[in-house]
Design a protein around this ligand. Sequence first.
Ligand SMILES: NC(=O)c1ccc[n+]([C@@H]2O[C@H](COP(=O)([O-])OP(=O)(O)OC[C@H]3O[C@@H](n4cnc5c(N)ncnc54)[C@H](OP(=O)(O)O)[C@@H]3O)[C@@H](O)[C@H]2O)c1
Length: 195
Amino acid sequence: MNGGHEMSGKVVVNRCMSLDGFIAGPGHSMDWGGGRALADFVAPEDFAAIAAATGAMLVGRRTWEVGDEMEAAEPGSIDYPFTGPMFLLSHRPLDPPDPDVTILSGDIGAAVATALNAAGEKNLEILGADVARQCLQRELVDEILVYVLPLLLGNGIPFSSPSSTRTDLEPLSSTRSRDATILRFRVRKDAITGR
Ligand SMILES: NC(=O)c1ccc[n+]([C@@H]2O[C@H](COP(=O)([O-])OP(=O)(O)OC[C@H]3O[C@@H](n4cnc5c(N)ncnc54)[C@H](OP(=O)(O)O)[C@@H]3O)[C@@H](O)[C@H]2O)c1
């Protein structure tokens, strides 16, 4: 049973992170050095395999807007090889509307259930720090996948905010992929978390 659903994929929080724990730089910058994007660090076959295991994405509005800004500044900079159902968590419509994107709002549990259902037997990827925090708090996450990038940012948006709850993890794998290290953890829902 994954994400509270039988016969479904996993709910996976997917992040890249500097070695010192930042998921973006100051001002939400996603420049990982000399203009390099995540895809420049990871072996294409590993990136493609992770995307192929993904059946749907649930993205927070701020992450969406950062992606739009990056794409506007440098067309083609968002090059994740995923095609499939895309869900955007937001209280506001897209302007202009995008028929390929479903906007969800309100209860995070209902949003995850809808997106996971659309993923079929593949995984649902969660993108966005606040959205991931909500999902972890509600124990909706099965795995965390982190691409550790070889730099120290010193400052920026941290992996966890002070309002995050403690989450115990079981290591699943650690793989060197070109210049990145891909870490996978299972979220231990059976652990005593002190909550
Ligand atoms: N390194 C990585 O892999 C990675 C991945 C993703 C993001 N990031 C970074 O993380 C940052 C973005 O994360 P974030 O925590 O600031 O924001 P986020 O999780 O992307 O988005 C938060 C926004 O989503 C909407 N939202 C969240 N929950 C909702 C709900 N239940 N119902 C309706 N709307 C909801 C709200 O937007 P509205 O109320 O405005 O609609 C909220 O302000 C950026 O710096 C981005 O670059 C890094």
